[in-house]
Design a protein around this ligand. Structure first.
Ligand SMILES: [Zn+2]
Ligand SMILES: [Zn+2]
Length: 331
């Protein structure tokens, strides 16, 4: 005989089982991180941009970005903070590192990015993007350096081995005369020795192989490619004018570090300048040359090192703390 007490017990068990089912159903509807449909990828599309300049094909190849707290490394920090705030930009800027591949029949690469010098999360994407653009490192015939600094010459070598085994490396003589000089390194302040160490790690393998070709100031290096001295940021700082069929492209690195500030205020300098007074004079000279030719026929294209600005990304604020502990990595 079923008693009231039995019914109550059965009802309670039934309700308990419903509740358990309900909980199971709720948990099935609530996603957890371990049940994501697919893992996060955390990479971008290949970073290159191709264009024609007369008969030459140019590919801008991204080496990635490097975060810098720009108001800490540029003169006139109030000016820098105001300009970035007006543009709704953070002060921790992901600065783009770019290189340029010129296909004239020969393959000529301008700058090489940072290689492994800035660690696994800053720069170092050149070879991947070179391959994505359809080329191999061993196909590069010549490398023109705008100057010797970690983010421009750092990609020459990885682990002490030449990344571009068949390339001759061209650079204004003043730069290897400084950065490969033991006397200059010995005389440098401790916080200024980074570039000397990085230069030996990445340029020396080309010196040993007889592949370094220092040149002296202005001059034609290849048909359609001319070196233009831009001394100041480093003693051998150089821009390259590329010209084909009356179209001209001026390639530079570290003439403008921060477009938001230095186009309007070219007198703002950066602490990595070897000679900041000369660097400011050079910046004004090159910008004045650009303005004389805009607009009009023969107008040169400009590709600054901040291309593509739309691809900037921000890092968490904690990144700036580790930056301040790191040795100076010139940009
Ligand atoms: Zn530099
Ligand atoms: Zn730089």
């Amino acid at each position: 005989m079923t008693t009231l007490k039995d019914l109550t017990r059965r009802s309670l068990r039934y309700l308990a089982s419903l509740a358990a089912l309900g909980l199971l159903a709720l948990s099935a509807l609530t996603p957890t991180t371990t049940e994501a449909a697919a893992p996060q990828v955390k990479t971008q599309a290949p970073g290159f941009y191709r264009m024609m300049l007369g008969e030459f094909e140019i590919a801008v190849l991204s080496d990635g970005t490097a975060p810098r707290q720009v108001d800490k490394i540029m003169s006139q920090p109030d000016q820098v903070r105001r300009a970035l705030t007006d543009d709704h930009e953070a002060l921790l800027v992901e600065i783009s590192i770019n290189t340029f591949l010129i296909n004239t029949g020969r393959l000529i690469l301008v700058d090489t990015g940072a290689g492994e010098l800035f660690g696994p999360h800053s720069g170092g994407r050149l070879v991947a993007n070179l391959r994505a653009a359809g080329y191999r490192p061993d196909q590069i015939d010549a490398i023109l350096l705008t100057h010797i600094h970690g983010d421009h010459s750092g990609g020459l070598s990885i682990g002490g081995q030449r990344v571009f085994p068949n390339a001759l490396v061209y650079v204004d003589r003043h730069d290897p005369d400084l950065w490969l000089s033991k006397a200059a390194e010995d005389a440098a302040a401790p916080e200024r020795k980074t570039t000397f160490r990085q230069s030996h790690a990445t340029v020396d393998p080309y010196v040993s192989a007889g592949k370094l070709r220092p040149f002296d100031g202005a001059g034609d290096l290849f048909p359609g490619i001319r070196a233009i001295p831009a001394y100041g940021h480093t003693p051998g700082h150089t821009a390259y004018m590329v010209e084909s069929q009356d179209q001209r492209l001026l390639l530079w690195g570290d003439i403008i570090h921060l477009t938001e500030v230095q186009f309007a205020h070219p007198d703002v300098s950066i602490e990595y300048d070897v000679d900041s007074t000369a660097a400011v004079t050079t910046r004004k000279r090159l910008l004045a040359g650009r303005q004389r030719r805009l607009p009009g026929r023969g107008r040169p294209h400009f590709l600054s090192r901040n291309w593509p600005s739309s691809c900037r990304r921000r890092r968490p604020r904690t990144a700036s703390a580790s930056l301040h502990r790191a040795p100076i990595d010139p940009l």
